[in-house]
Design a binder for this molecule. Structure first.
Ligand code: ZN
Length: 268
């Protein structure tokens, strides 16, 4: 019995000694290493975060022609607001006034102005070609649109002009008190505005999206029209993808810096 007790006591002491060694001796250095490694990783991460400036966003400008439209212009402006983006709207004078067309755009123009978007001149009737029309008609298109913008947008002074169809003579570009803004990425949304069925609508919207996303790069000026439902549906997807790809949508003036009057720009 005594011998049995002796072995039991010896065995217990042996196990206790092993446990003590393994917790204090054997593992101590590795615990220290793990702990210091964690500390190092943490300090490296925080040092990196401090010295690396945030990656600048790639800027693009989306321009919308032919509005304002009481439904789609507002919906597009609200979509832009979700990302803190601003766009440029080249408006049609008689649509702001809501006169000859049923666009009822006066309150919409005010809305754009209040939301900080850039407003440019497109034309008053949207009927003239600025390369070929008589001087008197060209002057009327400019002055009446300027007047409509000023009237509804608290004296806002437009500095940019988008010719109808992008067409304007070199002589008129050089004589213009405005910067002439064309584009280098065309969404072709006007070609895909009508849908026969829901699936055709999806197809059309996707085509508009791809027309933009397959070409877009930093510094581009994109052409769209804020008067179609399909454009609005495409804008929702385009903004989400641009944001995810590190783009920021800014006004044309923000993109170009201070664009010069009498000069034509199609991109940065
Ligand atoms: Zn137009």
């Amino acid at each position: 019995m005594k011998i049995k007790n002796f072995f039991r006591t010896f065995l217990l002491l042996y196990i206790a000694a092993m446990l003590f060694l393994s917790s204090c001796g054997g593992n101590t250095p590795s615990v220290t290493t793990a702990s210091s490694a964690t500390t190092q990783t943490t300090s490296t991460t925080s040092t990196t975060a401090q010295i690396t400036p945030p990656k600048p966003k790639k800027q693009v400008a989306i321009t919308f022609d032919d509005g304002p439209h009481n439904l789609w212009t507002v919906a597009i402006a609200d979509e832009l607001a979700k990302y803190g983006f601003h766009a440029t709207f080249f408006v049609v004078g008689n649509r702001i006034g809501g006169g000859e067309r049923v666009y009822n755009g006066s309150s919409t123009a005010v809305y754009l102005y209040q939301k900080g978007h850039e407003i440019g001149i497109h034309g008053y009737t949207h009927l003239e070609n600025y390369k070929t029309c008589p001087d008197a008609d060209y002057e009327y298109e400019m002055s009446e649109t300027v007047k409509a913008i000023k009237t509804y947008c608290s004296g806002y002074e437009a500095k940019l002009m988008r010719p109808i169809g992008g067409s304007i003579s070199q002589e008129r570009i050089e004589a213009s008190p405005y910067s002439i803004i064309t584009w280098n990425v065309d969404s072709l949304d006007y070609k895909y505005k009508a849908n026969e069925t829901e699936s055709e609508k999806t197809e059309n919207v996707n085509t508009i999206v791809e027309n933009v996303m397959s070409k877009v790069k930093e510094g581009d000026i994109i052409l769209m029209h804020d008067i179609y439902e399909n454009t609005y549906e495409a804008v929702k997807i385009i903004l989400e993808r641009l944001d995810a790809e590190g783009y920021e949508v800014v006004t044309v003036t923000e993109l170009l810096g201070e664009p010069q009057p009498g000069t034509k720009y199609s991109h940065k």
